[in-house]
Every structure is written in structure tokens, then in C-alpha cells.
Design a protein around this ligand. Structure first.
Ligand SMILES: NC(=O)c1ccc[n+]([C@@H]2O[C@H](COP(=O)([O-])OP(=O)(O)OC[C@H]3O[C@@H](n4cnc5c(N)ncnc54)[C@H](O)[C@@H]3O)[C@@H](O)[C@H]2O)c1
Length: 261
């Protein structure tokens, strides 16, 4: 029904090689977009529990299986010079930027004593610095198209529960979203956040049987989330149908947060 909402729009998806980012890239491709898959590598991540059957790089999948187009641009989002180069390459190939999805993320889940300084810096570097660097370099071009920004945070941003590094990085993304909404609302650029609960992707590799069982108890609906549950919301938020949603943090968590308040 919504097959052409993003036709000919240019969409940057960070961390598109697996999990949620891969599905977001595919979903935009299915709606006719030009997708820039900005990840460190285009090798599909092979997860322990999930995504262990991926073979085709995301950009190839989008080119072959959808009406959209796609390129891979090697990008470490925690390196602002690489981010600047990725934005330049996007403009060289597609000439404009309509949507930025800040999805790239890692998981550092220990408590304060288990979290090394190096792990803290890595966590903040990818999820928080990376979101800021991509916004900083892409925003001047997104203003020109009156486009959209969607940040992928987590229910842990407001609920805690995954250790200080992860919670702090994700909370930073949510609050950055609000400030960007203040800055960019007058420019007609929508900025929103999506906060997933437990979604079946390789980021869950650290979980053992007992922590999976705890996540199962925390999720009210009978099933864990699938990457498409997040992608459907992201493509909606970046569409004209969501033109009046701005500065929001949308929980897509199977009720995980609802029984903690
Ligand atoms: N899966 C979940 O349960 C869940 C829950 C809440 C939030 N999230 C968030 O969703 C987002 C996507 O995670 P996922 O679940 O798909 O996990 P994932 O591990 O499958 O995907 C993460 C992606 O980010 C990429 N990445 C990591 N570091 C990078 C860097 N420095 N530069 C560029 N790319 C980098 C990885 O290569 C991978 O493609 C993350 O921000 C994560 O925190 C996931």
C-alpha cells in the first residue's frame, strides 16, 4: 500500500550490515529509495543466536531484490573524518540526502566495575559520538530537502537495566533527539527516536540462556521483536504520513517498559 513513499529519496542507514539496520535498509529499498549502507564492513554479521544465515551484503540485496538502489560506504561512525567522507560520497553518487537513520550500535553491558575505560569510550564513541557526527555532517544537506532524521536508541535509555555505559549512550541519543527537534523544527526537518526492546539480532550474542529468560519475562507480548518491527516504524516516521510527529521517542518494545513504571 505504501510502496512508493520513499521513491528516489536518498537514505543513509548506519550499521546496515546486520540486524535492525539491514532490515531498515531493505525496507527503504522496497519503497524505491537510494540507500547508503554506512557500516565498517559489508560482510553480513553472523550472529550466535540470530542472523546466522546471512550471505549477501545488504547493498547487494537492495539492488537485486528491491526497486531501490544502494551503495556500501565503509564507515566507522566513531571517526568524524570517515563520517564526513561518507556524506561527501553520498552527495557524489546521489546528489542529495533526504533521510538519516542513526542505527549503528554496540553493546557494553557490564556494571561500573566490569566496564573498562576502553569499553566506556567505545560505547560512547559509537552510539553517542557516532550519532552526533552523522547529524553534524548530514544536517546541512537534510535541511535542503526538508528531510528526516531517525535515531535508534533503546528502552534502556529511560528505564536503565543494561549497565551505565549502554544506558548513558542511549539516554544521550534520546535527549540529543529533543535538542535537534528544537533546532530543526523551523526548518521542516522531522527528528525522532525509536527505542526498541528485545529484538532478535546479533547484538544479543552476549546473552546466555538465563539472561534470555529474564528478557523473556520482561517482554509482555508472547514473542521477542523482529528487525521488521523496528523498520516499519522507521520508514513510517520518515514518511509524509508522520509529518506531525517531531521530537518523539517511540517505544517498540512489546510492552517491556510498560510493566516497569
Ligand atoms: N536488538 C535489540 O534488542 C536492540 C534493543 C535496543 C536497541 N537496539 C539498537 O538497535 C541498533 C541496531 O542494533 P542491532 O540490534 O541491529 O545489532 P547488530 O549488532 O545486528 O547491528 C549493529 C550494527 O552496527 C554496526 N556498527 C557497530 N559499530 C559500528 C561503527 N563504529 N561504525 C559503523 N557501524 C558500526 C555493526 O557492524 C552492525 O551492522 C543499535 O543502536 C542498538 O543499540 C537494539
Amino acid at each position: 500500500m505504501n510502496s512508493a513513499r520513499h521513491e528516489d529519496r536518498t537514505v543513509i542507514v548506519t550499521g546496515a550490515s546486520s540486524g535492525i539496520g539491514r532490515r531498515i535498509a531493505q525496507a527503504f529499498g522496497e519503497e524505491g529509495a537510494n540507500v547508503v549502507c554506512a557500516s565498517r564492513s559489508n560482510e553480513p554479521n553472523q550472529g550466535k543466536h540470530y542472523d546466522n544465515d546471512l550471505t549477501v551484503p545488504t547493498e547487494e540485496y537492495v539492488r537485486q531484490e528491491t526497486p531501490g538502489d544502494a551503495i556500501f560506504v565503509s564507515t566507522d561512525v566513531s571517526d568524524h573524518q570517515r563520517v564526513e567522507a561518507m556524506v561527501e560520497e553520498t552527495l557524489d553518487v546521489y546528489g542529495q540526502i533526504d533521510v538519516l537513520v542513526n542505527n549503528a550500535g554496540i553493546s557494553v553491558v557490564g556494571d561500573s566495575q566490569e566496564t573498562s575505560i576502553e569499553d566506556w569510550n567505545r560505547m560512547i564513541g559509537v552510539d553517542l559520538d557516532g550519532t552526533f557526527f552523522c547529524c553534524k555532517h548530514a544536517i546541512p544537506h537534510i535541511k535542503e530537502t526538508e528531510g528526516d532524521i531517525v535515531n535508534i536508541a533503546s528502552v534502556n535509555a529511560t528505564e536503565g537495566g543494561s549497565g551505565p555505559a549502554y544506558s548513558a549512550a542511549k539516554a544521550g541519543q534520546v535527549n540529543m533527539t529533543r535538542d535537534l527537534a528544537v533546532e530543526l523544527g523551523p526548518e521542516n526537518v522531522n527528528v525522532n527516536c525509536v527505542s526498541p526492546g528485545y529484538v532478535k539480532t546479533p547484538i544479543q550474542d552476549y546473552q546466555d540462556e538465563s539472561s534470555i529468560a529474564i528478557s523473556r519475562e520482561q517482554t509482555l507480548l508472547p514473542e521477542f521483536g523482529e528487525p521488521e518491527d523496528i523498520a516499519d516504524v522507521v520508514t513510517f516516521l520518515a514518511s509524509e504520513e508522520a509529518r506531525y510527529i517531531h521530537g518523539a521517542d517511540i517505544y517498540v518494545d512489546g510492552g517491556w517498559a510498560a510493566h516497569r513504571v
